[in-house]
Design a protein around this ligand. Structure first.
Ligand SMILES: Nc1ncnc2c1ncn2[C@@H]1O[C@H](COP(=O)(O)OP(=O)(O)OP(=O)(O)O)[C@@H](O)[C@H]1O
Length: 222
């Protein structure tokens, strides 16, 4: 599903964010990405999303090479990714339901099906009572759940959540990790960046990737 061989990422200002990354993530895998601030976690997610390209090495996502000259194909690839961005990127003035539906606009589904799937996703994240609320009237935690619903409603091949525990106390961080890992199934891989490694449940298994100044170390959990 995701295969990286010797991947390096150097930004135009010379910063080497990732160095010689080798990894394989298969369908249904659960991967936690951790490491200090600036260690390269977001950069790695951006590579998986085709928002950055490797400066050297090879990266394939769903058998699609992630290179600049494949930009058109990568745009299509993004439709089967389920990103949950740190800043959520919700559209103000629109309801929770509309936000989730907008995230599905590229899917080849009839409008009624899109609406139904969007509603189901909001129920799954515990927001049945906020479906018709505008997002600016929701709390921060509710907005986070809308962002998760938008990612999962697309039934993506990979859910990528960037630091979903960042602003949460321990109880809520645990709930969000449990919610995100509940979407892992045979076909859906879940990748979560987090500083909260002490909250990672070993019962779900999975892999912990530690990044340290762009270098990677693996650890199997469970
Ligand atoms: N667009 C960019 N241009 C230049 N350098 C960048 C850019 N984006 C990130 N960096 C640098 O690349 C390195 C890795 O950044 P990245 O955002 O991937 O780290 P992170 O592990 O996600 O950090 P945090 O936990 O603080 O979010 C850092 O040194 C950062 O300053």
């Amino acid at each position: 599903m995701i295969e990286a061989k010797g991947v390096c990422l150097r930004y135009p200002d010379g910063t080497e964010a990732l160095h010689q990354i080798d990894l394989e993530i298969g369908p249904g895998d659960l991967v936690y990405l951790t490491g200090p601030s600036g260690s390269g976690k977001t950069s790695l997610l951006k590579l998986f999303m085709g928002m950055e390209y490797p400066t050297s090495g090879t990266l394939k996502v769903l058998d699609q090479p992630v290179t600049k000259d494949q930009a058109g194909n990568i745009r299509r690839l993004r439709r089967v990714m389920g990103p949950v961005f740190q800043e959520f990127r919700l559209i103000r003035g629109r309801t929770a339901l509309e936000n989730v539906m907008l995230g599905m606009r590229f899917l080849d589904l009839p409008p009624a099906q899109i609406k139904e799937n969007a509603g189901t996703a909001l129920v799954k994240v515990g927001l049945a009572h906020k479906v018709l609320s505008r997002v600016e009237n929701l709390s921060w935690g509710e907005c986070q759940r809308v962002a998760i619903a938008r990612a999962v409603a697309r039934k993506p091949a990979v859910i990528l959540a960037d630091e979903p525990t960042g602003n949460l106390d321990q109880d809520n961080a645990l709930k969000i990790l449990e919610l995100l890992t509940s979407f892992q199934d045979r076909k859906t891989a879940v990748i979560i960046t987090t500083h909260a490694t002490h909250l990672i449940g070993h019962q779900n298994g999975g892999t912990l990737i530690r990044l340290d100044r762009g270098n990677m170390h693996w650890e199997r959990l469970g």
